[in-house]
Design a protein around this ligand. Structure first.
Ligand SMILES: Cc1ncc(COP(=O)(O)O)c(C=O)c1O
Length: 472
C-alpha cells in the first residue's frame, strides 16, 4: 500500500476506505450489510432521493444526548461542591425552532447573539428567562427587544452598553441581570480567527478595566450584576487555556467580591470536536471534572466561596450530530510533481461547496468523508472534495482517501457538519441553502426547508418574481 506524497502527514492511507471512524460520525450512523450508509435507520441514498442534495442531516438523538451529557456532567461535578451549573446552548452553532426546543427539553438555556437569533427562539416559545444575549456591538433595538422580552441575562461587552441597558430596563420597569465579558488575555491554541480572548481582538474588556466597569454597573439602579463572562475561543482540545483563564477570572472575581455579591462565573464554550480520526477531543465528563477541580482549587487558594458556574457549548453539541450529503459530479486526476516524484491528486466535485460549508475556506478546517451509497473494494485514492463555486478555495474536504472507483452520481457523506455550516451558509453564486432534515428512530423530518429558486429571485426588487414589485 503506497501513501500518496501529497497527503498531509496525519492522514494515513486506510486499508479499507469504507470504514467509519466512530468518533467523527453521529452515534446512529452505520454502514449496513448492503454496503450503504444509514442514519438512525434510514439509508442516506433514500434521504437524498426524498429531499435532494446537498442536504444537511441531524441525528436528533445524538444532539440531545450530547446536550444532556454536558448538563448532567457539569451539574454532577459542581453539585459535589455545593454550587449550581447552567448550561447555555450557543445558538450560533446551529439554530432552528426544533433544535432550540430539544435543547430546552434537555434542560439547557439558550445563548443568542443577534436580533434574528433572539426572534427565532422567542417565536419557538422558549421562556425568555432561559435566554442569554451576547454580542460585541449590540444595537439599541437588539437590547430594547431583549429587555422588553424579559431575557434572563445580557452579557455586557463594553462600557457603552452599561447605561444604555440600565435606561432600557428602567423604561420597561425591570431589573435586568447582566454579566461583564472579560478578555482574559489567554490565547487558546486554535485558529487565530477562532481565538477570542487574547488581547489583540474585539471582544469584551480587559481584566484591568473590569473593576471600574463593574462599579459602574453596580451603581445602575436597574441592573443586577451577576458575574463575569469569558469565552476564550473555539475548537479547543487542551485544558491549559481554560486553566489559565479560570485562574485569572477567579482572581478578578475575588477582587469584585470585596465590594458586593458576585453569584456566578460564566466560562463560555469552545470545546473541540473530532473532525478527523486523529483529533482527540475532550469529553464532557472530563471537562466537567477539570473545571470543578480548577474552580474549587482557585476558590480555596483565594479563600472565597465558589461561584455558580455557567458554560456555553455550541459546536460540541451540534457539530458531531450533523452530516452533509452531496452528489458527486466531475472527477479529475491532476498530475503533479513532488520532492518524492510524480503524484496525482483527484479532484472530486460535488453539488454544494463553500456556500453550505465555508469553514475550509475560512479557517482551513479539515473534514472526513465517505462514499455513502455503496461500499467498494477499490484501492483508496487521495481525493480533494471540492464544490461547484467560482473560487479555487472552494474546498469541502481538503484531503481524504476514497475508493478509487468513486464516480459521478455517487453519494458522498461529510462528517461533523452540524455546527457552523448551515449557520454560516450563503447564497454565493445564487445557490439556495440546502434543507435540514432531522432523523430519529427511522423517521425523517424536514426542520428547515431548502431555499428554492423563487426564494432567491423573490428578494430582487427588479423582477416580476418579487412580491415587492415587477421590474418592467
Ligand atoms: C460568547 C460565546 N459563547 C459560546 C460560543 C460557542 O462556542 P463553541 O461553539 O465553540 O462551543 C461562542 C462562539 O463563538 C461565543 O462567542
Amino acid at each position: 500500500m503506497t501513501e500518496n506524497p501529497l497527503a498531509p502527514a496525519w492522514l494515513r492511507k486506510p486499508g479499507d476506505a469504507n470504514e467509519l471512524a466512530r468518533k467523527v460520525w453521529p452515534a446512529d450512523l452505520n454502514r449496513g450489510a448492503d454496503g450503504s450508509i444509514s442514519l438512525a435507520g434510514i439509508r442516506l441514498s433514500d434521504l437524498a432521493e426524498q429531499f435532494g442534495t446537498p442536504l444537511y442531516l441531524i441525528d436528533e438523538a445524538d444532539a440531545r444526548s450530547r446536550a444532556r451529557g454536558f448538563r448532567v456532567a457539569f451539574e454532577q461535578e459542581f453539585a459535589k461542591l455545593g454550587v449550581r451549573t447552567t448550561v447555555y446552548y450557543a445558538a450560533k452553532a446551529f439554530l432552528c425552532s426544533d433544535f432550540a426546543r430539544w435543547m430546552v427539553a434537555e434542560g439547557l438555556n439558550i445563548d443568542v447573539a443577534s436580533r434574528g437569533e433572539l426572534a427565532l427562539v422567542l417565536a419557538a416559545g422558549i421562556d425568555p428567562e432561559r435566554i442569554g444575549l451576547h454580542g460585541n456591538n449590540k444595537s439599541r433595538t437588539e437590547l430594547e427587544r431583549s429587555v422588553a422580552a424579559g431575557v434572563g441575562t445580557i452579557n455586557i461587552d463594553n462600557a457603552r452598553e452599561i447605561e444604555l441597558i440600565d435606561e432600557l430596563a428602567r423604561n420597561h420597569n425591570r431589573i435586568q441581570s447582566v454579566r461583564l465579558r472579560v478578555r482574559t488575555g489567554v490565547h487558546a491554541h486554535t485558529h487565530e480567527y477562532l481565538a477570542t480572548s487574547h488581547d489583540d481582538q474585539k471582544f469584551g474588556v480587559s481584566i484591568s478595566e473590569a473593576p471600574a466597569l463593574v462599579a459602574r454597573i453596580r451603581d445602575c439602579p436597574n441592573l443586577n450584576f451577576r458575574g463575569l463572562h469569558s469565552h476564550i475561543g473555539s475548537q479547543i482540545f487542551g485544558i491549559e487555556g481554560f486553566a489559565e483563564a479560570i485562574s485569572r477570572l477567579m482572581a478578578l472575581h475575588a477582587e469584585l467580591l470585596a465590594d458586593g455579591p458576585v453569584e456566578e462565573l460564566n466560562l463560555g464554550g469552545g470545546f473541540g470536536i473530532p473532525y478527523v480520526s486523529t483529533d482527540e477531543a475532550p469529553r464532557a465528563d472530563f471537562l466537567a471534572g477539570e473545571f470543578a477541580r480548577l474552580v474549587s482549587g482557585a476558590a480555596s487558594a483565594l479563600g472565597i466561596p465558589l461561584p455558580n458556574i455557567a458554560i456555553e457549548p455550541g459546536r460540541a453539541i451540534a457539530g458531531p450530530a450533523g452530516i452533509t450529503i452531496y452528489r458527486a459530479g466531475s472527477v479529475k486526476d491532476v498530475q503533479l510533481s513532488t520532492v518524492s516524484g510524480p503524484a496525482a491528486r483527484r479532484y472530486l466535485s460535488v453539488d454544494g461547496g463553500m456556500s453550505d460549508n465555508p469553514r475550509p475556506a475560512l479557517y482551513q478546517a479539515d473534514y472526513s468523508a465517505r462514499l455513502a451509497n455503496r461500499s467498494s473494494g477499490s484501492d483508496p485514492v487521495l481525493c480533494r472534495i471540492v464544490g461547484k463555486h467560482c473560487e479555487s478555495g472552494d474546498v469541502v474536504v481538503m484531503d481524504e482517501y476514497l475508493p478509487g472507483d468513486v464516480s459521478g452520481g455517487d453519494l458522498i457523506a461529510v462528517a461533523a457538519t452540524g455546527a457552523y455550516c448551515w449557520s454560516l451558509s450563503s447564497n454565493y453564486n445564487y445557490l439556495g441553502r440546502p434543507a435540514v432534515v432531522s432523523v430519529r428512530n427511522g423517521v425523517a423530518r424536514m426542520i428547515i426547508r431548502g431555499e428554492t429558486e423563487s426564494d432567491l429571485l423573490g428578494r430582487d426588487c427588479g423582477l416580476d418574481a418579487s412580491p415587492l414589485g415587477g421590474g418592467k
